[in-house]
Ligand binder design. Structure first.
Ligand code: FAD
Length: 441
């Protein structure tokens, strides 16, 4: 094997560093390869086939825990040209596999441009797009995957290809929402938006007013303009220095969001102003580069577990049910119980989009808590069970791919005809089932 495709086995130095994952799961693959070139990816795939190993693509390991056992698998972590390149005239980003969001957001912002990134600057750009990509510009501009112009890939047979609307259109469709089961992506090109400044921010209140905050916010979401995308959370904030002092270590309720149109943003803030005295509230014009950190997602590895579901036709009874299960009196220890607002462009089918051509549902519900040891894990599991049982009447039965939990499959995310099409495409590009991914087909 060449230097660009060194194989690391468990007896080799560097194995433990190479198997480390953002979610701190204890993954122990048969072998690991961190190729730095496209030829290195080809070599690694050839090696896996020769050894009878499967292949699991990975960048940061944000969802490593959701992968199946890896004892007969090569963990393939392409790190190819991590310097994003921006073409301002074309409003196009070209990003190598292994790159995380922060450098891309910063490089785009230097040209007054923004990408449809999500709430974490340390999530991998390729993995995010492969699972749809839901962010604070979503209700105005839809899912990120449908801004992709092209993927460059190595397929299971070791062939290199460019995949776009005109080349391998079926594979292009599957990669936009179907995850990492079809090929190893070595680079991605996607459209950027001419957004250098937005209106955005966050408000935090004591958890005691959770019902009032949720009721006002839900009411506002029913007629909200597409230019605004927001999220509601009940949070147990950790006592860390990175958390602003007024809310550090506190049980709070929060709303944050972004308005592409400043007038719409101000109208939201005036609704929120009427609720109760916030502990902390900061809204106003902000550089689009700051949007990636607005949600305060953890940027360092953290052992967390969660659950998620799409919810629909939310009635007023959901307010009391959610607050009773997750609010101050519930004893919930979850870091966040969240409802992310969907609708707008996210719910309109993108005629030229991928398998994730929309997200069906009014909100995506998400709960996340610590699993540092068996005790915290058990508590988090009990909290998740209680909360998801409480919102069961409004669960649509579907999941959003990027938030789907371990044990889910693609069937939980897409309708039967899309699943049949994905299976056919998988069979065409990976007939022997070389690839493993968090959500199987
Ligand atoms: C804290 C946090 C915040 C998040 N916020 C958002 C959000 O706001 N919006 C949203 O939509 N999602 C969000 N997600 C979900 C996230 O986008 C997905 O989990 C995504 O798959 C992570 O990609 P990764 O590369 O960082 O993780 P990894 O675990 O490294 O990869 C995830 C999967 O992507 C595939 N993959 C990665 N790289 C390649 C490649 N080069 N070729 C082929 N397949 C590949 C593989 O199947 C892999 O198993 C969040 C997740 C976390 C943990």
């Amino acid at each position: 094997m060449s230097d660009a495709a060194k194989i690391i086995r468990d007896s080799d130095p560097g194995y433990h560093e190479a198997r480390a994952a953002f979610d701190l799961c204890d993954q122990r693959p048969a072998a690991i390869c961190v190729p730095t070139t496209v030829a290195g990816v080809q070599e690694a795939i050839g090696f896996a086939r020769g050894e009878g190993l499967k292949v699991a693509n990975q960048a940061t390991g944000h969802v490593a825990a959701a992968l199946p056992a890896l004892e007969d698998t090569l963990l393939l972590k392409p790190m190819i040209n991590l310097e994003p390149s921006i073409d301002p005239a074309e409003r196009l980003a070209r990003v190598g596999a292994g790159t995380i969001w922060r450098p891309v957001v910063e490089a785009a912002a230097a040209h007054g441009l923004a990408a449809l990134h999500g709430s974490s600057p340390t999530v991998g750009v390729v993995g995010y797009h492969l699972g749809g990509g839901l962010g604070f510009y979503g209700r105005e501009h839809g899912l990120a995957c449908n801004q992709v112009r092209a993927f460059e890939v190595v397929t299971a047979d070791g062939e290199v290809g460019r995949v776009d609307r005109d080349h391998e259109p079926d594979l292009f469709w599957a990669l936009r929402g179907g995850g990492g089961l079809y090929a190893t992506v070595t680079a991605i090109e996607f459209d950027l938006l001419p957004i250098s400044e937005v209106f955005g921010g966050a408000s935090f209140w004591p958890v005691e007013v959770a019902e009032d905050v949720l009721a006002t916010w839900l009411d506002w979401t029913r007629g909200a303009p597409d230019s605004v995308t927001t999220s509601f959370r009940i949070m147990n904030l950790p006592p860390f220095e990175q958390v602003p002092a007024p809310i550090r270590g506190k049980n709070v309720v929060a709303i944050d969001g972004v308005a592409v149109d400043h007038v719409d943003g101000r109208a939201l803030v005036s609704q929120l102003d009427g609720i109760a005295e916030p502990i902390m509230a900061q809204w106003g014009p902000m550089p689009s580069a700051a949007v990636a950190s607005l949600h305060g997602d953890p940027e360092d590895p953290v052992p967390a577990i969660g659950n998620s579901t799409l919810i629909d036709e939310v009635e007023d009874e959901a307010i009391a049910a959610l607050v009773e299960a997750a609010g101050g009196e519930s004893g919930s220890t979850l870091i966040a119980t969240e409802l992310r607002q969907l609708g707008g462009a996210l719910s309109r089918p993108d005629e030229t989009g991928g398998v994730a051509d929309r997200v069906e549902g009014e909100f995506v519900a998400f709960g996340v808590g610590l699993a540092t040891d068996p005790g915290t894990r058990a508590r988090t599991e009990a909290d998740l069970e209680r909360i998801f049982e409480a919102i069961d009447p409004w669960q649509s039965g579907r999941q959003f791919y990027n938030f789907a939990i371990a044990g889910s499959t693609c069937d939980d995310c897409y309708p039967a005809d899309a699943i049949e099409a994905l299976k056919a495409i998988r069979h065409e590009y990976d007939p022997e089932g070389l690839y493993q991914a968090p959500l199987d087909l």
